[in-house]
Design a protein around this ligand. Structure first.
Ligand code: PLP
Length: 391
């Protein structure tokens, strides 16, 4: 599958920047194990430098810890483990030693529009998925803050509140400022799943979408989606580094002291031996710079809007407000829309998938590749309209 190419609009799939790709080849050749600074001094230094730049770009407080993980799934899991530790420690319970059986009750409050990886993280962490107290979403997919307030007001334990920047269908972002403030009023932990949407913070044109993100307690973000580094690469950030490390780090007699007392590397991730992911991120950010990252975000958003405009001119219905890089388009009834998706996948000018949104089958377009041009969008939209005319 040409998923690294400029006309691949399926899922949320980034390409790979030239410098990041070269750094990834070197990472393989150097074969460093980024467990700690003794094993991989350069690998850990790259994570430190890139981690600081990431926090600046994503609007995350400078004191936050960063774990370079495999992706959004791992980042959500690490973040919720840190939340579990933090809230239970505050209640006088050592969950790392004693587990969840008999622990004070923790609530998990999450939008009905949360990403499925939140549920998998809850399964793995022993909460189970039934613990979730769902919050309604507004028509655009962002959390309904009034309903969040109602759910939190039920009480019954400190809440972990799972918020989202970037709905996988619409790109909509939760009102993070209001939601984080409400969460903290209830002595809870606010987690933001911003796998791709948190990159909105990097551009003045889109930063308002994630206003208030800095108030959260933990953040999940991907490198392999919108930053366009090669797979796999994600980041788990935490405003409480001690809780982050307490939840996932470990030690052993032959390891003690080998980190020189400085935390980093495997202290903030689920892996023990791990790939030195800092090199690709460092290279991508050096290649782009702050302005280049902002321009990448703005360009993908402008291309998504162009795509929506071309399709609408040709008679498609654009169902979402294209606030970021996601476009949802319909061609009449569900059957015809599904046939258009299948025809596009067969024909090969571009690739995109279908989705179900608010009970309707729709074409789903994600513009996340640094190499996509206006010509790619125009050729793809023309092909989609040509194929739709035959269905
Ligand atoms: C992609 C995505 C994830 C999962 O990330 P992976 O990198 O695939 O593990 C989680 N949340 C959101 C909102 C996503 O878009």
């Amino acid at each position: 599958m040409a998923s690294a190419g400029p006309r691949f609009f399926g899922f949320v799939t980034g390409g790979a920047l030239p410098a990041a790709t070269a750094a990834d080849v070197l990472t393989t050749a150097w074969d460093q194990c980024a467990f700690n600074p003794v094993l991989a001094p350069a690998g850990i230094a790259a994570e430190r430098a890139a981690g600081e730049w990431l926090k600046q770009l994503l609007g995350i407080p400078g004191g936050a810890s960063v774990g370079f993980v495999t992706g959004g799934q791992a980042a959500n899991t690490v973040s919720l483990a840190a939340a579990r530790h933090h809230l239970l420690a505050a209640a006088g319970w050592d969950v790392e030693r004693d587990g969840l059986a008999g622990a004070p009750r923790l609530r998990v409050v999450a939008s009905e529009e949360r990403h499925a990886t939140i549920d998998r993280a809850l399964r793995l962490l022993g909460f189970g998925t039934a613990v979730v107290e769902p919050v309604a979403a507004a028509p655009d997919g962002a959390i309904d803050v009034a309903d969040l307030e109602r759910v939190l007001a039920r009480g019954g334990g400190a809440p972990i509140v799972c918020l989202q920047a970037g709905n996988v269908n619409t790109g909509a972002c939760d009102d993070l400022r209001a939601a984080c403030e409400l969460t903290h009023r209830h002595r809870g932990w606010a987690h933001v799943d911003g796998a791709f949407g948190l990159w909105a913070a990097a551009s003045p044109a889109t930063a308002a979408l994630v206003d208030g993100a800095e108030l959260a307690d933990s953040w999940a973000c991907d490198g392999h989606k919108w930053l366009n580094v090669p797979y796999d690469c994600g980041f788990a950030f935490c405003a409480h580094p001690d809780s982050h490390a307490a939840a996932v780090s470990y030690s052993a007699s032959y390891l003690v002291g080998s980190g020189g007392g400085v935390r980093g590397g495997a202290d903030f991730t689920l892996e023990s031996s791990r790939r030195a992911r800092g090199f690709t991120v460092w290279a991508a950010l050096r290649e782009l710079g702050r302005d280049g990252v902002a321009e990448l975000v703005e360009r993908c958003r402008a291309l998504a809007r162009r795509f929506a405009g071309r399709l609408a001119e040709g008679g498609a219905e654009i169902v979402n407000d294209v606030v970021l890089n996601q476009v949802l388009a319909g061609f009449g009834d569900d059957g015809r829309t599904d046939r258009v998706v299948a025809a596009v996948q067969r024909e090969g000018t571009c690739w995109l998938g279908g989705t179900t949104w608010r009970g309707r089958r729709l074409l789903r377009i994600s513009v996340s590749n640094h190499a996509t041009t206006e010509a790619d969008v125009d050729a793809s939209a023309a092909a989609i309209l040509r194929l739709a005319a035959r269905e």
